[in-house]
Design a protein. Structure first.
Lengths: 306, 43
């Protein structure tokens, strides 16, 4: 509310937000990665699932992720207004009333969990609810403004979708699903800190204690390198758990080596040019690993959607 | 003049939102219908 009173475009909120603004609340880019990893979890899981129900499960994961994003944007509207990357979002730009965003997010959260529970199974619905609650209460409300470990612990929310997908297909959680969780969990810090390195000014202005702001660039770069090393066994785990084949393992090794190479380059680079490159590569890294799991699994049969 | 434009814009946005809500609700009803059929083993 206060951010609207400070903003010259507040009258727009009174005329009502556009449909595109509601779509923007769902953080479509984040949602696309969540949907993809959730689908891979569902696809790799053993057992049979009707394609329509699989599509419903993925839809629920997508809507649940969108709901989390909307509630996050409602809570963070004050700091979003202070950062150039987020200042044009519907709430800080004054195109939408805060209550509308909160109501929209809560409705979608309840709807996605309810539909998951009724159409799929209780385990998947419970995990989806836990994912939304973790992102909203643990990451957004509790950690984000308090500790530089915000995205490390909060990253669990972004890592849960493959487990939700797996649970949707089997009603259970298996070690392979946990391996997919670990892969995203340990990927998140180097991914976000690469962004935070070249957006440190934004975060400092907003008072968000991201690691580059609190500990400085060099300490952040060292930690990023450490996390890329932890990613090696995580990336290979799907192969050792017989979820993915040898082609996946070979490419995962190469991609992990390249990711570590980027981290070394960032460590040696006094400018932020390499950090930008590493951020871009990090998205490609995760996408390629999950895409490879789909491809390398397919010839052995597709249990999740058999 | 500005007031008329603002009212037009407001009505345009309200209409777009109404259609979006209608499409969402219609889609939801269709989805529940299909889920029910699948659960009943019709497909």
């Amino acid at each position: 509310m206060t951010d609207l009173s400070l903003h010259p475009t507040r009258d727009l909120a009174e005329t009502g937000a556009r449909v595109e603004d509601y779509a923007a609340l769902l953080k479509p880019r984040v949602m696309s990665l969540v949907v993809f990893t959730g689908f891979v979890g569902l696809y790799l899981a053993p057992g049979h699932m009707h394609p329509v129900l699989a599509a419903v499960a993925v839809l629920c994961i997508a809507v649940g992720a969108g709901a989390s994003g909307a509630i996050n944007m409602w809570y963070d509207r004050d700091i979003d207004a202070l950062m150039s990357r987020t200042a044009s979002r519907p709430l800080p730009a004054g195109r939408m009333a805060p209550g509308d965003a909160l109501g929209f997010g809560c409705f979608l959260a309840v709807a996605s969990v309810t539909l998951m529970g009724l159409a799929i199974n209780l385990a998947a619905a419970t995990l989806l609810a836990a994912t939304i609650a973790f992102y909203v209460f643990v990451y957004t409300v509790w950690l984000k403004r308090r500790t530089p470990q915000n995205i490390v612990i909060g990253g669990a929310a972004g890592a849960l979708p493959p487990i939700v997908g797996w649970a949707a297909a089997t009603g259970d959680v298996a070690p392979a699903a946990v391996a997919l969780f670990a892969l995203i969990f340990f990927w998140t810090p180097p991914h976000f800190w690469a962004l935070a390195l070249y957006r440190a000014g934004d975060y400092a202005r907003a008072g968000v204690p991201m690691l580059p702001v609190v500990a400085g660039p060099q300490a952040t770069k060292r930690q990023m390198l450490a996390y890329t090393l932890v990613l090696w066994p995580c990336a290979l785990a799907p192969y050792f758990l017989s979820v993915a084949g040898a082609v996946y393992a070979a490419v995962a090794l190469g991609l992990s080596a390249a990711f570590t190479g980027f981290a070394i380059k960032v460590l040696r680079d006094p400018t932020h040019g390499s950090a930008r490159q590493m951020f871009g590569f990090s998205i490609l890294y995760l996408f390629l690993l999950f895409a490879l799991m789909l491809i390398d699994r397919a010839p052995q049969g597709v249990p999740g959607l058999a | 003049m500005m007031g008329i434009i603002a009212v037009d814009e407001r009505q345009k946005r309200q209409r777009a939102r109404s259609w979006a809500i209608f499409a969402l609700l219609a889609g939801f009803v269709a989805l529940v219908y299909v889920i029910t059929l699948v659960k009943l083993g019709a497909f």
